[in-house]
Write a protein that binds this ligand. Structure first.
Ligand SMILES: Nc1ncnc2c1ncn2[C@@H]1O[C@H](COP(=O)(O)OP(=O)(O)OP(=O)(O)O)[C@@H](O)[C@H]1O
Ligand SMILES: [Mg+2]
Length: 265
């Protein structure tokens, strides 16, 4: 199987500090990864590399077989092959665009300009993705008026629009209520099990948000890899406790995960 993502000894240094510290990590085709780690661990920085918007200070990063910074690698050809949904994206979207427009503009690799001459076939695709994410009744709503959960679902539909080979999700369930979270986990689970769906990497803060169908976990702490591998072996109480620096117990119930701190005393 070929590598969707391959990081070799990657560091990102800013102001003399390594935000990502000597990370080697590979995502193979068909794998769906979850990234866990405390605030400031470097999760979003890693996704920024994986989306080709940030180049490593040292080490090499290859995305979909193209090495960043190498002559011949054109990030503008690479970017449409990668779908990204995260908080930073939400801020870039013009609030006055409708939900349908926000998704449609992705087909043309831009965040703002709105032409009247979108292809009918693109509009149908946009509607279909929005429908899969339960957004059909919001097509004409202004993006700026959406709730957090509706906004998240719109951005995931948008990220799917270019038919990416790699889908990157940065805390897709943050800010959702319990129902919204469960709904999103169910939809992501469906996507994760779809053989035609892209490879996925999702950053989350809560093991409860890991949808069935995700296969691997990367745990990072202070920019360093603490654990990386299949969920069943690596998502252990020991690793999670080391990652977050306090005693935690992680349990699998059915096909979902929970974690809690050990009671004191
Ligand atoms: N351009 C930058 N210059 C200096 N420091 C930065 C820069 N970008 C990020 N950082 C720092 O790098 C560290 C990692 O940031 P990052 O956003 O990757 O963390 P994260 O794991 O996504 O955290 P969170 O869970 O809070 O989203 C943080 O301490 C952050 O303050
Ligand atoms: Mg982050």
């Amino acid at each position: 199987m070929s590598d969707v993502l391959e990081l070799l000894d990657v560091s990102v240094v800013r102001d003399g500090r390594a935000l990502v510290d000597d990370v080697s990590w590979a995502v193979k085709e068909g794998e769906r990864w979850v990234i866990l780690g405390p605030n400031g661990a470097g999760k979003t920085t890693l996704l920024n590399i994986a989306s080709s918007y940030l180049f490593p200070t040292t080490g090499t990063a290859s995305i979909l077989g193209e090495q960043l910074g190498k002559p011949g690698t054109d990030v503008f050809e690479l970017r449409p092959r990668i779908g990204m949904a995260g908080a930073a994206m939400a801020e870039k979207m013009p609030k006055r665009q409708t939900v349908l427009q926000v998704v449609l503009t992705a087909a043309y690799g831009m965040t703002a300009t709105w032409h009247e001459d979108y292809e009918e076939v693109d509009e149908q695709r946009a509607r279909a993705f929005l429908d899969r994410l339960g957004m059909t009744e919001f097509l004409d709503r202004k993006f700026g008026t959406l709730s957090e959960g509706e906004r998240k679902r719109t951005l995931i539909a948008r990220a799917m629009m270019t038919d990416p080979e790699l889908l990157l999700l940065d805390e897709p369930a943050a800010g959702l209520d319990l129902g919204g979270r469960e709904d999103l986990v169910r939809r992501l689970g469906r996507l994760a099990k779809d053989p035609y769906a892209p490879s996925m990497v999702m950053v989350t803060h809560h093991v409860e948000e890991i949808a069935p169908g995700f296969t691997h976990v990367l745990m990072i702490r202070q920019g360093k890899v603490l654990a990386a591998g299949p969920m069943e072996t690596e998502l252990s109480s020991r690793n999670l406790s080391l990652c977050f620096g306090l005693p935690l117990v992680v349990e699998q119930r059915g096909n979902r995960w929970t974690a809690q701190g050990l009671p004191l005393g």
